[in-house]
Design a protein around this ligand. Structure first.
Ligand code: HEM
Ligand code: HEM
Length: 200
């Protein structure tokens, strides 16, 4: 868990839960397109430019939503880990969540900068953005290296994150998994979590 000014709650609010899953879904699509599009051959009938533009548009959209998610996170209450969590678990949660947010910022940023310094126009959902930066192959190459290497680090982090979530669900059974799940039943997550705490 990342540091927060207030931790006097036992559940994420609905907006935080919606943003978590909406961004996770967009990232899945974004990774699938990103990893595939780089293998599309260039040519007059190639779909390469279409998929690159789609990837750039979704990536910029993700960047905007992540900024809102960060704003939302720092102005709302965030639950701490259960009292029985060890100090290494607290450290691992803080470090991995901070790293996930870092990747969610650096990926769109390096993509945007790489595109602005490239020789191609930047089209966002069909709208051509003004080219206010000169083509610079060195900076473009640097951004490509950052974008590619962070994308693999990000994928590794997401895998560890999912494994940790499943560990909370299957092994720890401590309610940590449940508090990031949408609450369709209408019952209070605060109450469910407290019930779990009592049982453990
Ligand atoms: C969270 C957002 C993003 C994710 C997860 C993501 C992910 C990826 C991945 C996995 C690749 C393939 C890497 C490889 O194997 O070569 C890639 C390539 C690429 N992405 Fe993104 N991307 C994101 C945002 C953006 C944005 C906002 C732009 C531009 C506005 C962008 C532009 C590119 C370009 C041009 C490539 C081709 C390689 C290069 O020239 O850098 N991406 N991206
Ligand atoms: C692209 C994929 C994902 C990303 C980038 C991501 C990112 C994050 C981040 C940054 C947090 C910390 C929230 C905060 O404290 O502000 C979080 C929490 C959480 N995530 Fe994910 N997540 C992803 C996918 C998943 C998946 C697939 C699962 C379930 C299998 C999951 C389960 C959870 C749970 C249970 C929490 C709450 C942890 C806690 O209460 O301390 N996440 N996620």
């Amino acid at each position: 868990m990342m540091p927060s000014t207030e931790e006097h709650t036992t559940a994420f609010n609905n907006t935080a839960i919606f943003l978590h899953w909406f961004i996770a879904l967009l990232l899945l699509v974004q990774f699938l397109i990103g990893l595939d599009m780089v293998n599309i051959p260039k040519g007059p009938d190639s779909t390469r430019a279409f998929w690159f533009n789609t990837h750039k548009s979704i990536g910029i959209f993700i960047g905007c939503i992540v900024l809102f998610r960060l704003y939302w996170r720092f102005q709302s209450k965030v639950p701490g880990l259960p009292p029985k969590a060890s100090s290494w678990e607290r450290f691992a949660a803080t470090a991995s969540h901070a790293s996930l947010y870092f990747c969610m910022i650096v990926m769109p940023l390096s993509g945007i900068l790489g595109s602005l310094f490239s020789k191609y126009d930047l089209l966002v959902f069909g709208v051509r953005l003004p080219k206010f930066l000169e083509h610079d192959p060195v900076i473009k190459e640097l951004m490509t290296i950052i974008h590619q290497s962070i994308s693999y680090f990000f994928l590794m982090l997401i895998s560890v994150h999912i494994l940790a979530a499943v560990k909370h669900l299957v092994i720890d059974c401590d309610g940590v998994f449940d508090r990031m799940m949408p609450n369709f039943s209408g019952t209070s997550k605060e109450r469910n979590f407290k019930k779990n705490e009592k049982q453990n």
